[in-house]
Design a protein around this ligand. Structure first.
Ligand SMILES: *Cc1c(COP(=O)(O)O)cnc(C)c1O
Length: 379
C-alpha cells in the first residue's frame, strides 16, 4: 500500500457489529466478561480501547513499523521511553531540540539518576566519544527545532547498532510523509501527534512506533502502568486528521518553499533556516533521507532590538502568534520567549537560537495571502 492509501485505510476496517464505515468512538471504561477472565480481548480502557487500537495500528503502518502505542501527549510518550532506563544509565541527546524534551530530561529524570549529555549531532562521529558502558539511549530530532538542522539518521543508527544502544527519533517535524526513521535504522520513533498527524490544532496526543516485540511489551507495560493514555474521542479526531495527512503535507511543502524563497529575498531578513535550500549545510542529507522539505521555517531579522521584533510579531493577521505547529493554519512563534524559554539563554545561543529568531509553521492557506501577510508585518 502506498502512503496516501495507508493514511485512509491502514489498520481501519468497517465496524464488524454494525458495518459503520468510520471507526466508532468506544466511550467506555470497561467491557463485560461472560465468566471471570473470559472476554473479547478488552478488559479495562486504560489497558485497551478499540478506537485507540485502530489509531495505533494506523500510525504504526505510516511509519513502516509493527507496533504503535498512543499516549496522552508527546511528552507522555517521551516519559515512557526514558522510563525504559534505570538509575545510572546515560543518554546522549542532540543539543538542538524541543524545549519540553530538554525540560523533562534535565528537570525530571536527572533527579532519578539518569544522566544526559547534549551534543551537536551534525558530525555523528562526535557522538562516539561520549559513549561509555552506562550509555543506553541516543535521542534526536530532525529537522531540529527551531534551527532546522538535519541529522543523518542512518549514520547515527550505525553507531547506535554497533554499540548496542537504542536510537529514538522524534519524527514530529518531518512526519512519516517526509521520512521514516525505522527504515533508516532507528529503534523507536516518537511523535507529538498534536502537530502534523492530528493536523487541526484541536488535540494533544503522543505516539511511539517500534518493530521489536520485546520493546513493544516494555512500552505497553509502561503505558498501562503509568496510565497516560488518550481518550477515545481524541483518537477518533486523529484518525480523521490522518486521512488527509498526505494532502496536507503536500501543500505544507509547496507553501513552505514559496515562503522560504520570499524570506530569503527580503531586505529585513538576515538568514533563513530551511533544509530545502541547496546551500543549507545539511541539504544533501536532507535530500537523501527526506522526500521533501516541509513547511517549518525559521529566520533571523537584521533588526535584533527585541521590542522591534515583538512589534513585527504583533502585526501578523493571517499567521497567528501561538505556540505549536503542524496545523492547517499558519502559525508564527518566537522560540526564545515561547517554545524554548525553558532552555537557558546561554544554551540557546550555543545552537544559534538568537532573540531575533522567528519560527513559522506554514499552513495550507493560499500562498499569496501568506506572502501578503508577511509583507505587511515587515512593512
Ligand atoms: C510539541 C512537541 C513535543 C511535545 O509534544 P506534546 O504533544 O506537546 O506533549 C515533542 N517534540 C516536538 C518536536 C514537538 O514539537
Amino acid at each position: 500500500m502506498k502512503f496516501g492509501t495507508k493514511c485512509l485505510h491502514a489498520g481501519i476496517k468497517p465496524d464488524p457489529s454494525t458495518g459503520a464505515i468510520m471507526t466508532p468512538i468506544f466511550q467506555t471504561s470497561t467491557y463485560v466478561q461472560s465468566s471471570p477472565g473470559v472476554h473479547k480481548g478488552y478488559e479495562y480502557a486504560r489497558t485497551q480501547n478499540p478506537t485507540r487500537s485502530v489509531l495505533e495500528a494506523n500510525i504504526a503502518a505510516l511509519e513502516n513499523g509493527k507496533f504503535g502505542l498512543a499516549f496522552a501527549s508527546g511528552l507522555a510518550a517521551i516519559d515512557a521511553i526514558v522510563k525504559l532506563l534505570e538509575p545510572g544509565d546515560e543518554v546522549i541527546s542532540a543539543n538542538d531540540l524541543y524545549g519540553g524534551t530538554y525540560r523533562i530530561f534535565t528537570k525530571v529524570f536527572e533527579k532519578y539518576g539518569i544522566k544526559f549529555h547534549f551534543r551537536d549531532f551534525s558530525d555523528p562521529n562526535s557522538i562516539e566519544e561520549l559513549i561509555n558502558n552506562n550509555t543506553k539511549l541516543i535521542w534526536l530530532e530532525t529537522p531540529t527545532n527551531p534551527m532546522m538542522n538535519i541529522i543523518d539518521i542512518k549514520k547515527v543508527a550505525e553507531i547506535s547498532r554497533k554499540r548496542k544502544l537504542l536510537l529514538a527519533v522524534d519524527n514530529t517535524f518531518a512526519t512519516p510523509f517526509l521520512q521514516t526513521p525505522l527504515d533508516l535504522g532507528a529503534d523507536i520513533v516518537m511523535h507529538s501527534v498534536t502537530k502534523y498527524l492530528a493536523g487541526h490544532s484541536d488535540v494533544v496526543m503522543g505516539a511511539i512506533v517500534v518493530n521489536d516485540p520485546q520493546l513493544k511489551e516494555q512500552l505497553a507495560f509502561l503505558q498501562n502502568s503509568c496510565g497516560a493514555v488518550p481518550g477515545p474521542q481524541d483518537c477518533f479526531l486523529v484518525l480523521r486528521g490522518i486521512k488527509t495527512l498526505h494532502l496536507r503535507m503536500g501543500r505544507h511543502c509547496k507553501n513552505g518553499e514559496i515562503v522560504a524563497n520570499y524570506l530569503r529575498n527580503h531586505h529585513a531578513v538576515e538568514k533563513v533556516f530551511w533544509p530545502g535550500f541547496e546551500d543549507h549545510p545539511n541539504h544533501i542529507v536532507a535530500r537523501e533521507q527526506m522526500s521533501n522539505y516541509g513547511g517549518m521555517i525559521s529566520f533571523t531579522l537584521k533588526e535584533d532590538d527585541i521590542k522591534k521584533v515583538f512589534g513585527i510579531l504583533e502585526k501578523f493577521k493571517v499567521f497567528s502568534l501561538a505556540e505549536s505547529l503542524g496545523g492547517v493554519e499558519s502559525l508564527v512563534g518566537h522560540p526564545a520567549s515561547m517554545t524554548h524559554a525553558s532552555i537557558p539563554k546561554s544554551e540557546r545561543e550555543k545552537v544559534g537560537l538568537k532573540d531575533s529568531l522567528i519560527r513559522l509553521s506554514v499552513g495550507i492557506e493560499d500562498a499569496d495571502d501568506l506572502i501578503a501577510d508577511l509583507d505587511q508585518a515587515f512593512g
